[in-house]
Design a protein around this ligand. Sequence first.
Ligand SMILES: *Cc1c(COP(=O)(O)O)cnc(C)c1O
Length: 362
Amino acid sequence: MNPYWSAVVRELTPYVPGEQPKIDKLIKLNTNENPYPPSPAAIEAMHAEIGNGLRLYPDPQSTRLRQAIAAANGVSSDCVFVGNGSDEVLAHAFQGLLRHELPLLFPDVSYSFYPVYCGLYGIEYRTVALREDFSLAVDDYAGPCGGIVIANPNAPTGRALPRAEVERLVAAHPECVVLVDEAYVDFGGESAVPLVKRYPNLLVTQTLSKSRSLAGLRVGLAIGQPGLIEALVRVKDSFNSYPLGRIAIAGATAAYEDVEHFERTRSAVIASREWLAGELAALGFEVLPSGANFVFARHPDHDGAALQAALRERRVLVRHFARPRIDQYLRITVGTDAECATLVAALREILAGQAARASAPG
Ligand SMILES: *Cc1c(COP(=O)(O)O)cnc(C)c1O
């Protein structure tokens, strides 16, 4: 261990992002990126932004972008915060709104960045077990706590909680902030944004990385009442006043304004997901219902890690988590129809091969 490290850094257990390999002709279904390109209008707006203007700092408040997001969500722009990916927005929320005396609660199976932020900011937390079928029971969160974080739809399960249940959770906890991470909401979840007007303790985060095909641009957002947004702004302005560059602000604004492209691509992903889930079920997989751009599935007769490795040999990348409760599952991002078909063909081959080996004598 390097002697110059601070005590905090020595204790960190950092998040491990999904692999971004540099291998050619790989079918990449491991990090929930969108298989379709971003809005052509967004690309054009970003090209137009490259020039002399980059000499100057960007608008520290990202006003244009916040207005576009506010308009799309039927809220005022003082209810919108933007940051360098929703990961940054989440980090600011953990530090600014979720660090209190009582422990923070989140599900035992959820986005693995949550405990990492707790480690970074010294936040005490307790995980609450999801039900056997990975659905979330709101009543298991009863009693005072320092804050609650849920992903809805959840990652990596894909399961969505109805808005009425989210409301029950928010209403039961006026003492703390309930953060709803809606990274995947556009693929089939019910957003909690319409509840923001009525609940001063509700913060909703979303991202342009998944449903708007801009993971590489790094833009995420939060929607909440101005009191919560002000906390995020205070953290941001104590950390980096310019989290979004001019290119990101231009591209993200145009992406929000191109409703037609957004609707068409997300419908395509949803349709492919339903096809993929059906094919996996036909191969004998148990597939959880998904409101996201991925499916979470296990095969009763085949080990999850072994399946992932066998797929990798066939140049198909999916995500496997060596974690309790989910180590037999694969999380498979919904690709194009052609990519999904290649994945299904590879799995069919692998299952046939392993079945043959299992029944071979000796
Ligand atoms: C992808 C993801 C995010 C982060 O997205 P950004 O690219 O940082 O905007 C946040 N939460 C969950 C649950 C995710 O899956």
